[in-house]
Design a binder for this molecule. Structure first.
Ligand SMILES: C[C@](O)(CO)[C@H](O)COP(=O)(O)OP(=O)(O)OC[C@H]1O[C@@H](n2ccc(N)nc2=O)[C@H](O)[C@@H]1O
Ligand SMILES: Nc1ncnc2c1ncn2[C@@H]1O[C@H](COP(=O)(O)OP(=O)(O)OP(=O)(O)O)[C@@H](O)[C@H]1O
Length: 283
């Protein structure tokens, strides 16, 4: 029997870093949503008691460095599963981009193995395993517009964000989330208002949502990579309602409501950046 799971990319409509915690991580408040750009994972039983990872991207690790491998290994150990598994990842989400690719693959693996092995794991158990792999995994397990707090483990589902077009632009550079957090000085960064952002989404108020969107990490990443600011400026010039960096970057996303305008933005950034996606929000 083969099982398929879809793993959608996330965007940060908002990200605020409150303070550095004693455990070295940062206390966050975020609002995340998912878009219809997704990896596809398939799960097949193996005769040998092994975890085998295959993917369409040669540069992705296939051993314990892969988030998918880590999730499968924890499940096998915790629940004493003596069965082998082959997991094939069709990677469509850009890697190390701020779009949560590794975390969403991990969440899809928890869902897939839960089904395949009939484990009946609760969402709390899956969140507990997921937090050992990545702090965006709890959100990805829900995968629907949410307010997130703590290190990433507290998820409060909101309503779906008001539907619109999302244009994703990934400049040709990779950003280390850990290094960006190391450079954050919480007294000097901006602190976007996540509670009002969540309230705007609950009211389905598109213009208030735009007003409260913001990302505390943007200035830190832009200082290292000014091209991110150039992409933002270009997208607004071509008609975006707003343009913001996702996560720790470097991907920038723009929002707009009209398809014709979304196409104009895509044409305006193509040539400047070659990795451009025009997608919809997920309901
Ligand atoms: C910045 C975000 O993309 C926002 O969505 C995520 O919080 C990052 O999630 P991720 O890519 O799954 O990253 P993780 O592997 O969990 O964390 C990478 C590194 O970011 C830093 N980190 C992450 C989350 C957090 N609440 N505080 C932190 O300081 C830590 O140094 C950690 O080692
Ligand atoms: N299944 C996977 N998909 C993508 N990256 C993976 C995976 N497993 C491990 N990695 C590693 O994780 C690192 C970060 O990749 P990922 O795409 O998750 O970053 P990201 O989009 O910036 O995440 P976030 O937005 O949560 O910070 C890369 O160096 C990559 O090699």
């Amino acid at each position: 029997m083969e099982i398929i799971e879809k793993a959608p990319a996330k965007i940060n409509l908002g990200l605020d870093v409150l303070y550095k915690r004693e455990d070295g991580y940062h206390e966050l408040e975020m609002v995340m949503s998912s878009v219809d750009l997704a990896d596809h994972l398939s799960f097949e039983p193996l005769n040998k008691n092994q975890i085998v990872i295959e993917s369409n991207k040669a540069f992705l690790p296939s051993d314990q460095r892969n988030n998918v491998y880590q999730a499968a290994a924890i499940i096998k150990e915790r629940y004493g599963i003596d069965e082998g598994i082959k997991i094939t990842i069709k990677k469509n989400i850009p890697v190390a981009a701020g779009l949560g690719g590794g975390s969403t693959d991990c969440a899809a693996t928890l869902r897939g193995l839960n089904r395949l092995w009939g484990l009946h794991l609760s969402i709390e158990e899956m969140i507990d395993i997921g937090m050992h792999v990545g702090t965006d995994v709890p959100y990805c397990l829900y995968g629907t517009t949410s307010f997130i707090a703590g290190k990433g483990e507290i998820v409060k589902v909101l309503k779906p964000m008001p539907p619109c077009w999302v244009i994703l632009v990934k400049p040709r550079l990779s950003v280390s989330t850990r290094k960006i957090f190391q450079q954050v000085d919480t007294r000097r960064i901006t602190h976007p208002d996540m509670k009002n952002l969540a309230a705007a989404i609950l009211r389905q108020d598109y213009s208030a949502m735009l007003q409260y969107m913001g990302n505390s990490l943007e200035d830190v990443t832009i200082t290292k990579h000014p091209i991110i600011q150039q992409i933002k400026t270009r997208m607004v010039k071509y008609g975006a309602d707003t343009a913001l960096m996702s996560g720790s970057g470097p991907t920038v996303f723009a929002l707009c409501q009209k398809q014709s305008r979304a196409k104009r933005i895509v044409n305006g950034v193509k040539g400047f950046c070659d990795e451009v996606y025009m997608v919809r929000t997920l309901g």
